[in-house]
Design a protein around this ligand. Sequence first.
Ligand SMILES: N[C@@H](CCC(=O)N[C@@H](CS)C(=O)NCC(=O)O)C(=O)O
Length: 199
Amino acid sequence: MKLFWCEQSRAFRIVWMLEELGEPYERVRVDFRSGEMQNEPEFRSASPMGKVPAIIDGNTKLWDSGAICLYLADKYPQAGLGVASDDPDRGRFVQWLMFTNAVIEPAMLEKFLEMPAKPTTYGHGGFEAMLDVLEAGLEPGPWVMGERFTAADVLLGSSVDVLDKFKLLPDRPKLKAYAERCRARPALQKALAMNEPLA
Ligand SMILES: N[C@@H](CCC(=O)N[C@@H](CS)C(=O)NCC(=O)O)C(=O)O
C-alpha cells in the first residue's frame, strides 16, 4: 500500500489509521506547498484533485480521508476498526464516519473565515450546532461507538485535536477529554511524531 502524504496535512489521519491497523505501508511525500509533485503521473492517477491523502492499494485508488478510512476498516476486519455491514450498528458507524468531512470540516471553515451564519442554507448547519451534536454523539462514550474504538474515532478525533489546538473548544470539557483520550493512544502519538514540520 502506498500512501501519498505530507506532514501538517489531513494525511495525518491516514497515518494514524494505518498505525492503528499495524499494516505495512509506504509513505510517499507530496509537498503540496511547493506544488512540485502536482504533475507526477502516479500521484495524479491516485489523486485527481491533486490533494493528500491518497492511496494506491493494488488496483484501488482513493483520494479522500473519509473514503480511505472506511476502505481500510472494511479491508482489515480483524483489526476491529470497522463495523460489519450486517452488524445492527453499521448505520451509526457510517453516519459518524461521514461527519468529519460532511459537517465538521465545512463548519470549521465557516468559523475560520468568519462567514455569516446561514444554518438552513449551509449543508453542514452551523459551528455551534456541530459541536452540540458531536458532544451528544460521544455520550456515553468513551468512543463514538461506545466501548469500541473505530475508524470513525480516527476521523472525529483528528478533527477534535485540531479544534482544541486552535482553541475553539473553550467551554467544551467533554470534547477536550475526548481529544485527550485519543492522544493517549500509541498509534496517534506515532502519527503526531510524523506530522511535525520538517526542519
Ligand atoms: N476532503 C479531502 C481534503 C484533502 C485536502 O484538502 N488536502 C489538502 C492538505 S490538508 C491538500 O492536499 N491541499 C493541496 C492542494 O489543494 O493543492 C480529505 O479529507 O482527504
